[in-house]
Design a protein around this ligand. Structure first.
Ligand SMILES: Nc1ncnc2c1ncn2[C@@H]1O[C@H](COP(=O)(O)OP(=O)(O)O)[C@@H](O)[C@H]1O
Ligand SMILES: N[C@@H](CCOP(=O)(O)O)C(=O)O
Length: 300
């Protein structure tokens, strides 16, 4: 028995929607989980091609394998001990790591989705996508990447209680990501956010977050005003100065540019960016919006 799963990259925040807004992108990791007849070598149960192939572990400490094991234990305890030693995983990774494109959320969602499919096959019990979001949010600490990876499109999510809604995207079909070669660990970037925030800033961000929904659904002309943020990007400027310089230059040219997630990738809510504006060290890529979230299928 084999389960195949494709999971999209995601861009969180979109400017004003810190820890709540996210967009699924057509940059996809493909995973294949095999259930063998007998136990496999636990030190060599994972194969990786593409992003991270040189550094990711090949044993049960691999993030996706670890999540599969934890979800089998917690959600499908009757079959977990019998299944876990017989699993091997193949990963074909396309989502860049530590660039603000939701690679860790994609890995976590993939692990839960694979475990859910395996659990359903062996017990008949289905995990809903809402439950998968709850589990992924508990692991990630925020729902904004996991929600679009699960449901697709543009999502607005709450952390308490964990809940997410899809917002129809009608004004744009694709966006541009400008991906640098340098990395920033999301945990490090989260450590730069202050605990409290000025009331006027919160009010301004709230207005722009509402406007962003209007911009994505009805009127792309408002996307420039809608994407200004004061909740997170400025506090992190010192951690990604090149990205903020690029955001500033793109915005000076009238483009709705923001830092993607915790950075350092820059996201522009437009299908193209003039070549002259692409700063050295960044690679511009047009990417369609993924509308369905992760896809899973069984091969028996
Ligand atoms: N497909 C994957 N398989 C295994 N580990 C992964 C995968 N994707 C991400 N990770 C882990 O997550 C780390 C990146 O997480 P993070 O700093 O949150 O960045 P991102 O913004 O890309 O989510 C990687 O260095 C790696 O340890
Ligand atoms: N809201 C989070 C989003 C992190 O996204 P990632 O793709 O950088 O992991 C934050 O801004 O910290």
């Amino acid at each position: 028995m084999r389960v195949r799963l494709e999971v999209p990259a995601t861009s969180a925040n979109l400017g004003p929607g810190y820890d709540s807004y996210g967009l699924a992108l057509d940059i996809v990791d493909t995973l294949s989980l095999t259930v063998h007849d007998a136990a496999v070598d636990p030190h060599r149960c994972v194969e990786v091609t593409g992003e991270g192939a040189e550094v990711l572990p090949r044993d049960g400490s691999h993030l996706i394998m670890r999540i599969i094991g934890e979800v089998l234990d917690s959600e499908f305890p009757a079959v977990a001990a019998e299944l876990r030693p017989r699993l091997s995983l193949e990963c074909d990774n396309r989502i860049p790591h530590s660039r603000g494109l939701g690679s860790s959320a994609a890995a976590v969602v993939a692990g839960i989705g694979l475990a859910a499919e395996l659990g359903a096959w062996s017990t008949g019990v289905e995990l809903s996508r809402d439950r998968i979001l709850e589990i992924a949010t508990a692991v990630e600490g925020h729902p904004d990447n996991a929600a679009p990876a699960i449901f697709g499109g543009l999502t607005v999510s709450l952390s308490e209680p964990v809940k997410s809604w899809q917002v129809p995207v009608r004004t744009i079909e694709a966006v541009t990501v400008l991906v640098p070669s340098f990395r920033l660990d999301t945990e490090v970037a989260r450590g730069l956010i202050p605990a409290g925030i000025d009331h006027a800033i919160a009010a301004d961000n709230s207005a722009r977050a509402g406007l962003l929904v209007h911009g994505m659904s009805n009127d792309s002309q408002v996307l420039y005003e809608a994407t200004r943020d004061q909740l997170h990007q400025e506090f992190r400027r010192g951690a990604y100065p090149e990205s903020m310089a690029l955001v500033d230059a793109l915005r000076a040219d009238g483009l709705p540019a923001v830092v993607s997630g915790a950075g350092p990738t820059v996201l522009v809510l437009a299908e193209a960016v003039p070549d002259a504006l692409v700063a050295e060290g960044f690679v511009a890529q047009r990417t369609a919006i993924d509308l369905g979230g992760y896809r899973v299928s069984r091969e028996i």
